[in-house]
Design a protein around this ligand. Structure first.
Ligand code: SF4
Length: 449
């Protein structure tokens, strides 16, 4: 029987632009890309050059820390460009798709052979085919270490926010592969496998799943985030880790084991106030944003966010959807300065701290743009962050410990539980990037070991 966990702290995002609850096929993208920045703490060694022909599944990068961990091409074609940034930091490897997909073969298995794999054989197969990168760990939200045994595994089958592709819809008709994925996940740990589903889930893949402890999650954003779910359901003990996969990643892992080929198919939601055709699109891993937004967004200067609107990554119109992302959010760049804005009542402004009169109107949704509605000011201790933080951190105290470089104090405040949800930054009346400060602290702890 499923238990229910209600997340009380968070924020009901009153942002316009939710996608319709239906899936349509997107046109085949001309390009896809692998972006090393999607993999936290991954130090890449490049294995290909511009102009090389690759198949779906050809290794493009290996980890400098563990050469067994490779990242593979999401498509077959030619390496069109290798983009580097400052200090030659590798930003993206762009693959131009060519004709029918050709795949690297890693050995197909029928269901019973797949279920009979030993843990060692499964880990070796996943590493070889690049499917290992689908598994992440908490703390640190990085690719799992193949030499570890996690305390438990959590499969996150909830949408990240109201603009995400809902696994309850995406998994319909995928019951067999999803159950195979759950059975394979159980091999990775000696502990339990938790399946986090929405409180109102109806898809048979989720409601009839076996061999797992099903947890029904309800609550405002970010109740659908695996980091928040792990904090409430199975927080890692000292020196332990909890591994997690999002539902579509587990599906891809199961298909890889069954077919012996990488499974690049993904369902991505296009939403946000500046999207004119909002729905879920069946596309592929790392697809170009253009293949989804062309003709489906308002003209003019837009900001595209790959992933959640609160903590996703800003990408250009010519950019690519992130490896773990199943949402693309479009909003207008707000560059105009409002004349005497300080004296206006703000009837059309989204406010969390009741600074504007709009808080008395009870408006359901606001068409946000990127305008911050204010500028950077001195920090004010008001308790507003604690009211929304879903993992019981005091973000202001923790941020002070980060600024002082005091690791012991950071850990005492529970910084490693931070879900990186972005809410403390969003609600900050002083426009301080509180979440980014905390992320710096987590990076420091990771670096210091
Ligand atoms: S500290 Fe900020 S970013 Fe971290 S979980 Fe709390 S609200 Fe989210």
């Amino acid at each position: 029987m499923a238990s229910t966990i209600s997340i009380r702290r968070g924020l009901d995002l009153k942002i316009a632009g939710r996608p319709a609850y239906k899936i349509v096929d997107a046109p085949r993208p001309a390009r896809t890309a692998l972006q090393p920045g999607d993999f936290r703490y991954f130090r890449p060694r490049l294995l290909v050059r511009e102009g090389d022909a690759v198949k779906a599944g050809t290794p493009l990068l290996e980890s400098k820390d563990d050469a067994r961990v490779v990242l593979v091409s999401p498509a077959s074609g030619t390496i069109e460009q290798i983009h580097r940034g400052e200090r030659r930091k590798l930003l993206e490897i762009v693959v131009a798709l060519a004709g029918e997909d050709a795949f690297e073969e890693f050995g197909a298995l029928d269901d019973s052979d797949a279920r009979a794999l030993t843990r060692e054989a499964l880990v070796e197969k996943l590493l070889k085919g690049g499917a290992w990168s689908l598994i992440r760990r908490r703390p640190f939200a990085c690719i799992a270490n193949p030499d570890e045994r996690p305390q438990s595994v959590l499969i996150c089958a909830t949408p990240q926010d109201a603009f995400d592709a809902d696994p309850d819809l995406v998994l319909r008709g995928e019951e067999k592969d999803f159950q195979l994925g759950l059975d394979l996940a159980a091999k990775l740990t000696d502990g339990p496998v938790f399946l986090a589903v929405p409180a109102n889930a109806v898809s048979p893949a989720l409601t009839a799943a076996t061999g797992v402890r099903t947890l029904r999650f309800s609550g405002p954003y970010p109740a659908g985030d695996p980091a928040v779910q792990i904090y409430h359901a199975c927080p890692p003990k000292a020196k332990e880790s909890v591994w997690y996969l999002r539902a579509q990643d587990l599906l891809a892992l199961a298909r890889f084991v069954r077919t012996g080929r990488v499974s690049p198919e993904r369902v991505v939601a296009l939403g946000g106030p500046a999207a004119t055709e909002r729905q879920l699109f069946r596309t592929r891993l790392g697809a170009s944003a253009q293949s989804l937004t062309e003709g489906r967004c308002e003209p003019g200067e837009l900001r595209l966010v790959s992933g959640s609107v609160m903590n996703g990554r800003k990408i250009p119109r010519t950019g690519f959807i992130g490896f773990y992302d199943t949402a693309l959010f479009a909003l207008k760049e707000g560059r105009e300065r409002e004349f005497l804005s300080f004296f206006r009542p703000g009837l059309d402004k989204y406010t969390v701290s009741s600074t504007c009169l709009s808080s008395f109107l009870g408006k359901a949704e606001y068409a946000l743009d990127t305008n911050l509605q204010g500028s950077l000011r001195n920090f004010v201790q008001s308790g507003i962050y604690e009211d929304v933080c879903p993992v019981g951190i005091w973000p202001d105290q923790t941020a002070k410990a980060v600024m002082a470089g005091d690791i012991e104090e950071m850990e005492k405040h529970g910084i490693l539980d931070c879900a990186d949800c972005g809410l403390c930054t969003f609600v900050c009346p002083s426009k301080i990037e509180v979440g980014a400060i905390l992320r710096r602290g987590i990076d420091l702890i990771r670096k210091e070991g």
